[in-house]
Every structure is written in structure tokens, then in C-alpha cells.
Ligand binder design. Sequence first.
Ligand code: PYR
Length: 289
Amino acid sequence: MSPGKSFRHAVAANHPLQIVGTVNPYCAMMAEQVGHQAIYLSGGGIANASYGLPDLGITTLNDVLEDVRRITAATTLPLLVDIDTGFGGAFNIARTVKEMERAGAAAIHMEDQVAQKRCGHRPNKAIVSQEEMVDRIKAAVDARVDKDFVIMARTDALAVEGMDAAIERAIACVEAGADMIFPEAINTLEQYQQFSDAVKVPILANITEFGQTPLFSGEELAECGVDMVLYPLSAFRAMNLAALNVYQHIRKDGHQRNVVDQMQTREQLYHYLGYHDYEQKLDKLFNEK
Ligand code: PYR
């Protein structure tokens, strides 16, 4: 089954599908082994974690591809990738889609912000015209090789132009071939219901912490017609706080003994990595008499 088909199957089989952010391959392996069925590579996450940069459209196609390849090599889960505004005009978007497919991604989401984009949950966003967004979607749909590769249209229009314009854009994107819709920075469950009533394709809710959207539960969202719930940076935020705490303790205490109980053990790490299988392979290859 192609990655795109596997993503579509996961959406169809779950109400709603949880999609968890995995900033690196090891996180993807843990997510897979605890039973998740789809994972996400956040544009903000790549910028922050891989490059120490803010989510302001600074990273390039190749920066993102490098992380996509690492993750798809380490897991069989379908990966949804944030391609921001597509990294350029029609031919750049086509190249982005082809390269994402070649790198093993299952799905991408592309948004209608201007190239100088901002984090979706920050003020002062600006969006391109509906016509330009429709052209972006057409270029992406035309470029995919596997017809099951998922093109998800994200609209940031709610914060800029209001609900009616955002819904009109979503409908126009679906008419242009978008397979799924990601309305960004939604404020209420009723707004999700309105999107779901208006577009007849799966809807994604971005339930990111400390943003514009309350932390609605999967059940509440499903009742309003939401098909996918995204947790883009939940694990990353928790990892960051844990790491900061360890650095501070080592600095202050002169040892790590006060924080060892907050660490994943060597054995747990080896479990998720499959370390012992590698070691047994080595023994079989080189140590057996
Ligand atoms: C991000 O995590 O970067 C999104 O755009 C959702």
C-alpha cells in the first residue's frame, strides 16, 4: 500500500484519526510502537528543533526533505508534512510535491499565507488571494504521481477575513482538487461544524497548545464533523521542558542524580530502537563459531 493510501485508510478507519507530531525518527518509532496510526512533521517543529529558528518561513524545501527522509526511513506510519506555502510558484510547488512523494511522505498540507508567513496562531498574518491559493492547489494536484498522495489545503483566512471567506476558500480548494481541508486557528466547535457542513472532504483540527484553539477533545471534535486531530508539537514541548530541567539541575547540583527518575532508561531506549535485534545480528554474523 502506498503511503498516501495508508493515510487515507487511517482517516477512514478512525473517528477521529489522531495525528501526532514527531520531530525526529526516534519519536516516530515511539509513536508507532504505542499504537498511533499517523504522524506529522511540523514546519514550526523543523524550524525550532532542527535549525533553532522561529516558524516564519525561513526553512527551505531541502531542510524539510532531510527530516522527512529520516523519519520515513525509521517508521512505516503514514507521514503528513507541513510544506508551508509550497516553497515558491507553480513549478516550485510541483517540485515540492514530487520530492515529498519520493521522500516517502503520505500527505502534505499547504497554506494560503503570503510567502513571508507567520505561525498560524500568531497575529498579523496575511493571505494571498483566493485565486492564487486555488492555483497553488491546482499545481500540487497536477504534480502528484500517486493519485492517493494526499493534498491537504490549509486556510489561515479565518483570522484575516472571517468565517465566510474562510469557508468559501475551503470550498474553492476542494473544487480545485484538494483532498482534505485544514482550517487553521479555529476558535469554537461551532466553527468546525460549519466547515464540516460546507465541505464534503475530511477536516483536520489543529489542537496545538498555547494557541488560538481551545484544547477540545477528540470526542467533542468528532461530534462536530472533524475527521483528524493534530497534536503537532505536544511531545516536543514536553521534551523541551524535560531537557531544560535536566540542564538546569546538572548546572546547579553538580550531578544528575536528582533528575534520573525523569529520564527514559537505557533499557526503554533500546526497546523502542530494537537495539537488541541489532546486537544479536552482530553476534550471529561475527561471533558465532
Ligand atoms: C506547525 O506545527 O508548524 C503547523 O503549521 C501546524
